[in-house]
Design a protein around this ligand. Structure first.
Ligand code: IVH
Length: 678
């Protein structure tokens, strides 16, 4: 009888399991990646069906089921950035080695010639990102490890899952029980440039090149932000036991069939000449690729031959990389001009005899600052080296020792702002000269308005750089508060702007009055107060009136706020012109208050960091979090030396338990905790 029943039940139990998985994934894509795959309606229907099945099979209760925890859990953690957990560290199954490399084509030729005769060589591009090791068990992606120290890496699987070209699951019969694919995570040029542009607007430090950007992105704790940035990955090495194929090329072809992103540039070569021709071809052609490459990798194709050649402690003997030399050009420095940014920083710019570099014509390059120019004694008339490297803005890296026409004067940085004539100041310890005329210097005025309307700030559409410039020229805009006095007829009267675009701009301005306080604070453009810092400040100071009176010392108590930022904030509120501006913005109806963070009602847990783990009978995890905060404690995500204790419910994760045991951290049961809190 039992057997018969379970047979009848089995398909429904299967359905239940499948639904849990599907909804889990849908939640992840919706809340974490912000890329919903199901309509709300489909999602709800599936959730109801799952609830019904779980009621039918109470023995299959699982606290981790999507019916038991809301998808918003992920969203909340990520939105508030409170996840705060480090990555799981995992030992590599096979150490992650590096490659022997050379910049000399002769050495590469020699390496090829020394191989046993008749050996096939696979030539590939050397991608300039960071390496990743993907583990697939029964066709399912179970881990994604960074190289770490080569022996163990960080499991960044949540971030890796945001890369559309990496399959989460391979739906094929012939996939081995386990295999590992290694490859390179990259941020394509286009994404890199967009990201840096955005960071520049927000005065966040720029990424030097796509590799740094990819690496910084992969280590973020917020997979939604990772997804937004748009990483990609190219795979180049398959490992494991009993894998199909006897050659590297066959394995990569198989991986391609399984749906992995394998470059079409791979080629099996049979002679030195073929290898050198491949290098010569890609030396120029790589400039048209959407991603950064820094060389060519040569690998012995046959796996048995690879085995014979073996490894040194750090690198395989069966592979070598040829690295392209950095691209630079010599050209004439015609003139040095100066650019003033939104915060008044004056950057010297080299105006060059146009020169072709990495596929684009370059005629302007940064000279960084006064010290840089003086250290190289750069003067107009010099022949200078310009490089693009990974950076968007080309830079001058040196000069050719010099037959510069006699009579050129030694370079001197201007004393006054090239835009408004105000004497420049140089803050001690900083390399930059700055124009202090914040409210009267045109690029600073326009730059502040551009920042104020930008997407992550007040998000006002229709007001690009050119329109702001036009409104400024026509006397309609002098500061951010003027935006709220703009009239339809004033805007519509401008060339290129009809009534419709004028109305759009006004609608955008109107909508900006609903933008929350944290973003208003960011939009004000206080120096060094970026988006994240503004959020943290706004959480602590939930109205502008309290923030206005905060001392530098009080501000420094906020995470991420150092003395320099604190001083900038204090100074901002000391300036009467800013206070007048804020008064106008308040009268215009902007949000100058946020939700109050409840004040702790006791200090029973003051100074304590508490991890919540497992499931609970009396309160939800959110309620426990609130109880901890109300009593002056801090709820943190991961167990560390600093953890005061763990509030341990049922089914606490084994890894957390082990870590707690290793570090000797006390586990407090739900009952004990409630008693503590009385
Ligand atoms: S093969 C055991 N192939 O270069 C050999 N590596 O400098 C494993 N890289 O850590 C590496 N493109 O991150 C290989 N086509 C390619 C590659 C490549 C880029 C990176 C990889 C490695 C580094 C060594």
């Amino acid at each position: 009888m039992m057997d018969l029943f379970s047979e009848i039940e089995e398909p429904e139990r299967e359905e239940l399991r499948a639904l849990r998985k599907e909804l889990e994934e849908a939640n992840y894509k919706y809340y974490v990646l912000n890329m919903p795959t199901l309509s709300d309606r489909e999602f709800d229907e599936k959730m109801h069906r799952l609830q019904a099945l779980e009621a039918q099979f109470p023995d299959m209760f699982d606290p981790k089921s999507p019916t038991q925890h809301v998808g918003s859990d992920l969203q909340r953690d990520n939105v508030q950035g409170t996840k705060g957990k480090g990555f799981e560290q995992v030992k590599h199954k096979y150490p992650m080695l590096s490659l022997a490399n050379s910049y000399s084509r002769e050495e590469i030729e020699e390496w090829v010639r020394k191989l046993p005769s008749g050996v096939e060589i696979v030539c590939e591009l050397k991608y300039d990102g960071l390496s990743i090791s993907l583990w697939y068990e029964k066709g399912v992606l179970v881990k994604a490890l960074t190289r770490g120290d080569g022996q163990q890496g960080d499991n960044v699987i949540d971030n890796i899952k945001t890369i559309p070209s990496i399959p989460w699951k391979i739906e094929r019969e012939d996939v081995p029980a386990f295999f590992e694919l290694r490859g390179e995570v990259l941020l394509p040029w286009e994404r890199f440039e967009a990201l840096n542009k955005e960071r520049e607007e927000q005065e966040e430090p720029l990424f030097a090149n796509p590799r740094n950007a990819a690496s910084g992105t992969l280590k973020l704790q917020d997979p939604r932000e990772v997804a937004r940035r748009g990483l990609d990955a190219y795979l180049y090495y398959m490992l494991g036991e009993n894998l199909p194929g006897n050659t590297h090329f066959e394995r990569l072809s198989t991986a391609k069939e399984w749906g992995f992103h394998i470059s079409d540039a791979i080629k099996v070569c049979h002679s030195v000449d073929e290898v050198m021709a491949y290098i010569a071809y890609w030396d120029t052609e790589r400039k048209n690729l959407p991603i950064a490459t820094d060389g060519i990798v040569l690998k012995v194709n046959n796996l048995a031959q690879q085995e014979e050649l073996g490894y040194t402690a750090k690198t395989p003997r069966w592979a070598i990389a040829y690295k392209f030399p950095a691209e630079k050009q010599l050209t004439l420095l015609k003139e040095i001009t100066y650019q003033v940014g939104r915060t008044g920083v004056v950057t010297p710019v080299a105006n060059l005899e146009p020169v072709q570099l990495s596929g684009t014509m370059v005629q302007r390059a940064t000279l960084h600052n006064e010290d840089f120019i003086k250290s190289l004694d750069i003067r107009p008339g010099d022949k200078v080296w310009v490089e693009k490297g990974g950076e968007i803005i080309p830079k001058i890296t040196g000069k050719e020792q010099s037959d510069n026409v006699q009579g050129t004067k030694e370079f001197a940085f201007p004393d006054v702002c090239p835009e408004c004539g105000t004497p420049l100041v140089r803050v001690e310890g900083e390399a930059a000269w700055r124009c202090p005329n914040e409210t009267g210097c045109p690029p600073q005025i326009k730059g502040k308005i551009e920042h104020f309307v930008s997407r992550k700030a007040m998000n006002i559409d229709g007001l690009g750089e050119e329109t702001i410039d036009l409104f400024y020229q026509k006397g309609l805009l002098h500061n951010i508060a003027d935006l709220y006095d703009l009239k339809l007829e004033d805007i519509a009267a401008q060339e290129r702007l009809g009534e419709k675009s004028a109305q759009n701009i006004l609608d955008g301005i109107e909508a900006s009055k609903q933008v929350p306080w944290a973003r208003v604070l960011f939009a004000l453009g206080i120096r060094m107060v970026g988006e994240t810092t503004a959020k943290k400040i706004a959480k602590k100071y939930n109205t502008i009136d309290t923030l206005m009176w905060a001392t530098a010392e009080q501000l420094c108590a906020i995470e991420d706020v150092g003395p320099q930022i604190a001083e900038n904030i204090v100074k901002y509120f000391e300036d009467i012109r800013n206070l007048e501006l804020l008064d106008r913005l308040r009268k215009a109806g902007l949000q100058m208050e946020g939700e109050a963070a409840p004040e702790p009602t006791s200090d029973k847990l003051a100074g304590m960091s508490i991890v919540i783990s497992g499931t609970f009978a009396h309160h939800s995890r959110d309620e426990y979090k609130a109880i901890i905060e109300q009593n002056g404690g801090k709820n943190v995500g991961s167990v560390s030396k600093k953890t005061s204790f763990i509030l341990a419910g049922e089914n606490m994760g084994p890894e957390k338990r082990k870590k707690a045991e290793d570090l000797g951290i006390r586990l407090v049961t739900e009952e004990e905790f409630l008693e503590m809190m009385n």
